[in-house]
Design a protein around this ligand. Structure first.
Ligand code: IMP
Ligand code: MG
Length: 177
């Protein structure tokens, strides 16, 4: 068990299991993107660790860009997305893969995808480490998802609770009560 601020968390997904699932997801991308030189758009802050492990399993040429949106405050989604860091290169006529840590309500992706499509991308797909299908509020086509989890709040492997806990190698789930 670990303690972060006022909450306790139990072990949930061990780092060896994460590594296996990330490698399996990378294999799917390796099969689909050979020769296409896609742009990976990594959503900061949460996806930094997933992205670092994922790209080391990719065997096709690609470019990486980082963007940042804000929709979360503590443990509650506000339903609003604000662009904090934008893209610095043209994505027109390019294959784009959005690299995200976790899809919760889907609000972030639902506002990002039309924005990318309006810039004339050739294609756009989502590659997410985690997804909470039970919390999805908007229809979303997620082609690449490493793991699905129940509606519980988690930390570690890039994910934070109130800014803290991103450094853990494994993923932990909040203890009830
Ligand atoms: P959405 O826009 O509601 O899909 O929220 C997505 C973002 O919320 C993710 O990129 C995370 O940064 C954050 N988030 C969602 N669920 C969790 C969680 O269980 N722990 C930590 N952050 C989370
Ligand atoms: Mg995120």
């Amino acid at each position: 068990m670990i303690t972060i601020k006022d909450k306790q968390f139990d072990p949930f997904i061990h780092h060896e299991q994460i590594a296996d699932r990330v490698a399996a997801l990378a294999d799917k991308l390796n099969a689909d993107y050979k020769g296409r030189n896609p742009i990976l758009i990594v959503i900061l802050n949460g996806a930094f660790m997933f992205a670092a492990d994922l790209v080391r399993c990719l065997n096709f040429d690609h470019e990486i860009q980082f963007t940042k949106y804000s929709s979360y405050d503590g443990m509650d989604t506000t339903g609003h997305v604000k662009e904090l860091i934008g893209l610095s290169i043209s994505i027109e006529d390019r294959d784009v893969i959005i690299v995200e840590d976790i899809i919760d309500t889907g609000t972030t992706m639902a506002s990002l995808i039309p924005m990318l499509k309006s810039k004339g991308v050739k294609s756009v797909e989502i590659a997410t480490l985690l997804m909470k299908p039970g919390k999805l509020k908007v229809p979303l086509d997620v082609k690449y998802c490493a793991m699905e989890i129940p509606n519980e709040f988690i930390v570690g492997y890039g994910l934070d609770y109130d800014g803290v806990g991103r450094n853990y190698k494994s993923i932990y789930v909040v203890k009830e009560g």
